[in-house]
Design a protein around this ligand. Structure first.
Ligand code: SAM
Length: 353
């Protein structure tokens, strides 16, 4: 895709109020999910986005092109469960042909990954992150209401066989659910040849059961790991200052990551923004409101006009949502169920993780 000179000029100068560049975009392709993880979708019923409001692949690709021209170098496809979107490999193919995009990744729960891994790789997907919180099928059934644990493991194996440049695991750690599996997950990752990233349980979106005391902190995770393996060294990644995970290394070279969004927010470096499947753009995971990009996309605005809108919003961006939450003296859930029903875009499964 060719980039107009005016947009090239914007690319170098597009920074927000805190000098953070627009670098990384999460595109949610659906709000539907085939799991019901207790930290994300604990309720019995949900308000879904109307189907005709979902952006088509052509609209998503057009929007991606505008973001890339403004400086976005990384795109991660997410959801809901992105593999529920029919023929996702076609979208991957379109995005992978965008010049200027340095990284194209997918976050999935892995249930449908085995059947799609090879076609996604062939279409140009570079990296896959699989969410795996437990190695015990009965726990997954109880906590996430899915009996398909073996499909997730098969998905990880197929992804490794398909030749992605990186396969990672995401594990949200919650006290009383899976905090006794930290070492097992680390061993599983090591034996499988993938890197695990432990994620602190966040008070985002639909986490209506969140309690501060259920958060297993970075410090506690490191203590558990050091007690078993001895020395744990930080592994700085100067080439990737905006990466959410802090990386660490065991004495034998095994690497792992921790995403400490609750106790050590990384707002200062955050270059991420998110587009929901219906084209609402959020400049922070905790943002109350988003910007409607579907209306201009469908209403006849040209690329330059949409680009100008995005640039104007980014220049005014002053979000530090996770830091603000950290400063709250009595931290409870972010939204009660009524607030989520009133605007389903507040849900993590709509906004994308
Ligand atoms: N369905 C896909 C999956 O499972 O990876 C993509 C969407 S999911 C919302 C993206 C990521 O957000 C997952 O790794 C999930 O574990 C994480 N996530 C969801 N709710 C969370 C919470 N309350 N705290 C921390 N991480 C959360």
């Amino acid at each position: 895709m060719s980039t107009p000179a005016s947009q090239l000029a914007l690319r170098s100068s597009l920074i927000d109020v805190f000098s953070r560049p627009l670098g990384s975009l999460r595109l949610s392709v659906t709000d539907r999910c085939n799991m019901r993880c207790g930290y994300c979708m604990p309720e019995e019923s949900y308000v879904w986005l109307p189907r005709d409001s979902l952006l088509t692949f052509e609209e998503l690709n057009r929007l991606a092109g505008i973001f890339i021209a403004l400086g976005a170098r990384k795109i991660r496809l997410t959801g809901g469960e992105p593999l529920l979107r029919h023929d996702l490999a076609s979208l991957v193919g379109m995005l992978s042909r965008q010049s200027g995009l340095g990284d194209l990744a997918l976050t999935t729960n892995g249930i449908l990954l085995a059947e799609h891994a090879a076609s996604l790789r062939t279409a140009g997907l570079r990296r896959v992150t699989v969410s795996l919180d437990t190695l015990r099928p009965e726990r997954m059934l109880a906590f996430a209401r899915s009996a398909r644990h073996s499909d997730v493991l098969r998905g990880i194996r197929e992804a490794l066989g398909a030749g992605f440049s990186g396969v990672k695991l995401n594990s949200v750690v919650i006290r009383g659910f899976n905090d006794d599996e930290t070492l097992d997950l680390l061993e599983f990752a090591r034996a499988s040849g993938v890197e695990v990233r432990f994620i602190e349980y966040m008070d985002v979106g639909g986490a209506t059961r969140w309690r501060q005391e259920d958060v297993v902190t970075r410090a506690q995770l490191l203590e558990t790991i050091a007690r078993r393996y001895g020395r744990v060294d930080p592994l700085p990644d100067p080439a990737n200052p905006a990466a959410p995970a802090e990386r660490f290394r065991l004495a034998d070279g095994t690497g792992f990551g921790i995403i400490a969004s609750v106790t050590a927010p990384f707002c200062a470096e955050c270059d991420r923004s998110r587009v929901t499947a219906d084209g609402t753009w959020y400049t922070c995971l905790y943002a109350e409101r988003g910007v409607d990009l579907r209306e201009p996309l469908r209403g006849g605005a040209n690329d330059a006009e949409i680009s100008a809108l995005i640039a104007r919003v980014w220049r005014a961006r002053d979000d530090r949502g996770a830091e603000r939450r950290l400063a709250e003296p009595e931290r409870g859930v972010l939204y009660q169920i009524d607030g989520l029903r009133a605007d389903p875009r507040r849900e993590m499964h709509t906004r994308g993780g």
